[in-house]
Design a protein around this ligand. Structure first.
Ligand code: SF4
Length: 408
């Protein structure tokens, strides 16, 4: 059983982000979009293009790159060109802070090569310059017909907005808590900037909003209010989620609560990569959040039991892992070459207790022999027992059955 969740989806305007024939729609009733960000120096154009390709092949539907210097801005068109030559048409998003107004104005090729701009209202400038510099960026976006994400972050919140909200709070007969002040300041910064962008000439269907914090409960509170107060497409992400299992669990907890409530049109799982770890892990985690919740289907799902004292060998864990890796490698999302079988389930089970039952419910299942059982592994295809594998080549033979099923 699964739910789509879309019936209760918060209504948002659809924002289209495109490059060449690649068109990604964020918001409305469109599937929640997976995005990620490179961690290469953008000046290293080839290195950045290769990491964008890696992320796109893993399934990132948008990839953001930092544009932090004139050299980086100059590299952007070359990165785009390299990707196009590689046949990778994933839309690129430029991440701008402090000097974005100058870079977008001084490097028109960069402004055109990017498919979307991320603007942090807290890092646009101070005092009188702020409005002018923000307007400069929005005017470039309007000129080149590019959508923009107004990306507010608690770590770089516009201090003038925070000071104003705190002053207002001091006048209240029942003052807000510190969390309510924070929530209001984040939302006010995002919505006031979005309104300013509209006043300058950017349509509401060119605006995506995000208000990122690093605490799960704060993120949920902020986005619940944001959804009540606007219909801009919403980018969800727990910022500075952290490393390893902590980062994965924290992001999953926060995003799942909001997605289940119909809030969120695009997600990024911000993981600190392990030393020598793959950047694309964050893409896989984002996909798995959406797939396990039943919102999207990316690759066949591998169902595997945890193992227990009935399994004394590691054969079934290895087989489950091999099958998961094999299926993911066979189905690069960017090529979409096996579209239609993403929803299939493969069960790899460790013994007779739950093995046959779970295998029958999957499209393909194998029940490996547990301790003391006859050394034979029945295979089920579409609920029917088709063959029993024996011997040392069970893993290879089962993989061949899965491959044949996919091709059929
Ligand atoms: Fe243990 Fe068998 Fe259940 Fe797997 S299916 S957890 S091996 S009892």
């Amino acid at each position: 059983m699964s739910t789509t969740g879309f019936a209760m989806r918060h209504h948002t305007h659809t924002v289209t982000v495109s490059h060449a024939d690649s068109m990604v729609r964020i918001g409305g009733s469109h599937p929640v979009v997976v995005q990620s960000m490179t961690n290469t120096d953008t000046v290293d154009a080839l290195g950045t293009a290769l990491q964008v390709k890696e992320l796109a092949m893993a399934g990132s539907e948008l990839v953001r790159i930092t544009v932090n210097s004139p050299e980086a801005a100059a590299a952007v068109p070359y990165i785009r060109e390299q990707l196009d030559k590689m046949g990778v048409y994933v839309p690129l998003v430029g991440d701008f802070h402090y000097n974005g107004h100058k870079l977008l104005t001084d490097y028109p090729d960069c402004a055109q090569a990017l498919s979307k701009y991320r603007i942090n209202p807290g890092n646009v400038g101070k005092g009188a310059k702020k409005d002018a510099q923000f307007a400069q960026m929005i005017e470039v976006a309007a000129k080149y017909d590019k959508p923009v994400r107004i990306g507010v972050n608690w770590g770089s919140l516009d201090q003038s907005v925070l000071a104003r909200i705190m002053d207002d709070n001091a006048q209240r007969s029942a003052p807000w808590t510190a969390q309510q002040v924070m929530t209001e300041a984040l939302i006010a910064s995002a919505l006031e900037s979005a309104q300013a962008a509209q006043d300058i000439g950017l349509a509401e269907n060119k605006i995506v909003i995000s208000c990122k914090v690093s605490n799960v409960q704060d993120l949920v509170a902020v986005y619940q209010q944001l959804a009540q107060r606007c219909h801009y497409a919403l980018h969800l992400g727990l910022t500075e989620a952290g490393m390893g299992s902590k980062g994965i669990v924290a992001s999953t907890a926060a995003l799942s609560v909001l997605l289940q409530q119909g809030i969120g049109d695009t997600i990024r799982v911000s993981l600190t990569p392990e030393p020598n770890g793959s950047r694309s892990t964050e893409v896989v985690v984002a996909q798995e959040i959406l797939q396990t919740m039943g919102f999207r289907q990316f690759t066949p799902m591998v169902v595997a039991c945890p193992g227990c004292g009935r399994t004394t060998s590691t054969v079934f864990q290895e087989l489950a892992s091999d099958i998961q890796t094999y299926l993911r490698e066979q189905m690069p999302v960017w090529k979409n070459q096996y579209a239609g079988v993403e929803g299939m389930t493969v069960a790899v089970m460790g013994c007779v207790v739950n093995g046959p039952g779970e295998s029958k419910h999957a499209n393909i299942g194998i029940s490996l022999p547990g301790t003391g059982e006859t050394p034979a592994a029945p295979v089920f295809v579409d609920g029917e027992r088709t063959v029993t594998l024996k011997g040392d080549n069970i893993a290879v033979e089962f993989q061949a059955i899965v491959q044949a099923y996919i091709e059929k």
